[in-house]
Write a protein that binds this ligand. Structure first.
Ligand code: PLP
Length: 402
């Protein structure tokens, strides 16, 4: 029998919510607290969750539930929790899974904020992170100790776009009784890590999922058990650290989620065009859709069909001075914005060595090949990419790169 093709877009398409009055966009929860018909009912809810019953919006609220359910459908997880930022999703998931004395295995080539959390903050709580090359499975295996609890990776690493071998990391994690946590921020819909064996998926919804760069938000997609633990009123990291999403934002993100499949296709085809165009000029380009990208076949084997290779690419122009001049020119020429972040409808570019990866010490950046002249592009939804490429070429000529 042919293997079922998982289509996250159809999972969102089939998600219909009828609001209080049949509203197609259900009313936004405008309350932090909820009434009870009896004190006994309230007591019962403190003891265990009751379907359709709400206590306090930091615990759960109806709007957040709608968005969480949609995200769980997209990632094919049993459940999800929506958080106030990607970092809040990452820190809550990690702190739920680890305690003092535990260890995590991760990589240097992760988002700088996550790296800083792992390198500087978690040790204050007695949690140690071993950074290894996650594309080297023997190195990962070698880093497992009796205290390891979590392997943490990004599907597409930031900013060098290395691809994590999720099925192999998952097999390794299972073999040693560890949890595999995957940050899927760069590749929503493209890759479904839980279907490939991951235990937990985290997202910065600030990026592609929301797509309008008007808020920060995050989510944790996981088993019912982990989401119950996160929201537990006595021990839950989301409940007790309190970084849950505001319902107004949850409502707007849910609306944007319904166009994510179209946006991902357009981001991907524009990035493909730009990556090919820049490489044809003899430039050093990092892009996972190149057939000679070291993990091209791996990515193809993990991808859901139809969404492309994602909207991210990186261009190495050699040194920081040239990168800075180029980015300023590209902004002046209306290619997009000189700004951090990604997944916006406009093209965004920044030099990770001096921004989103600056938390990683320079020696470590050199070791992993993160050049000072690297310019990361989050390619926007431009209707005419030919025109955008021509403008970029003008800028490259101006800085004598071509
Ligand atoms: N994960 C990745 C891959 C990111 O790029 C970022 C932010 O840039 C985050 C997590 C953190 O997300 P947020 O800024 O929403 O807290």
């Amino acid at each position: 029998m042919a293997e079922e093709v998982f289509d996250p877009a159809s999972r969102i398409q089939d998600y219909l919510v009828f609001g209080e009055f049949g509203d197609v966009n259900p009313s936004i929860t405008d309350s932090s607290t909820y009434t009870f018909t009896s004190a006994e009912k309230m007591e019962e809810l403190f003891d265990h969750e009751i379907e359709g019953c709400f206590l306090y919006s930091r615990h759960w609220n109806p709007t957040n539930k709608y968005l969480a359910q949609a995200l769980a459908r997209m990632e094919d997880s049993e459940s999800a929790q929506v958080m106030a930022s990607g970092m809040s999703a990452i820190s809550s998931a990690i702190l739920q899974l680890c305690r003092t004395g535990d260890e995590i295995i991760s990589s240097h080539t992760i988002y700088g904020g996550t790296y800083a959390l792992f390198k500087n903050f978690l040790p204050r709580l007695g949690i140690k992170v071993n950074f290894v090359d996650l594309t080297d499975l023997d190195a990962v295996r070698g880093a497992v100790t009796k205290d390891t609890k979590v392997v943490y990776c990004e599907t597409m690493s930031n900013p060098l776009l290395e691809i994590a071998d999720i099925p192999s990391l998952s097999a390794l994690a299972r073999e040693h009784g560890l949890k595999l946590v995957v940050d899927n921020t760069f590749s929503p819909m493209i890759v479904s890590p839980i279907r490939l064996g991951a235990d937990v998926v985290v997202h910065s919804m600030t990026k592609f999922i929301n797509g309008t760069s008007d808020c920060v938000a995050g989510c944790v997609c996981a088993s019912n058990e982990l989401v119950h633990q996160l929201t537990d009123i006595n021990e839950g990291a989301s409940m007790l650290l309190g970084g849950v999403l505001d319902s107004t934002r949850a409502a707007s993100i849910l609306k944007n989620l319904h166009s994510l499949h179209l946006r991902m296709k357009q981001h991907s085809s524009n990035a493909d065009f730009l990556a090919e165009g820049l490489r044809s000029l003899g430039l050093k380009v990092y892009y996972p859709g190149f057939e000679d990208h070291p993990q091209y076949e791996l990515l193809r084997s993990m991808m859901n069909p139809g969404f492309g290779f994602g909207g991210m690419l990186a261009l190495d122009v050699g040194d920081a001075g040239t990168a800075n001049k180029l980015m300023k020119l590209m902004q002046d020429m209306k290619v997009g914005y000189l700004a951090v972040s990604l997944g916006y409808f406009k093209t965004l570019f920044s030099a990770p060595g001096h921004s989103t990866s600056s938390e990683i010490p320079i020696e470590e950046r050199m070791e992993i090949g993160l050049s000072e002249g690297l310019v990361r592009f989050s390619v926007g939804l431009d209707n005419d990419m030919t025109h955008s490429l021509e403008r970029i070429k003008e800028c490259l000529k101006e800085v004598s790169i071509i």
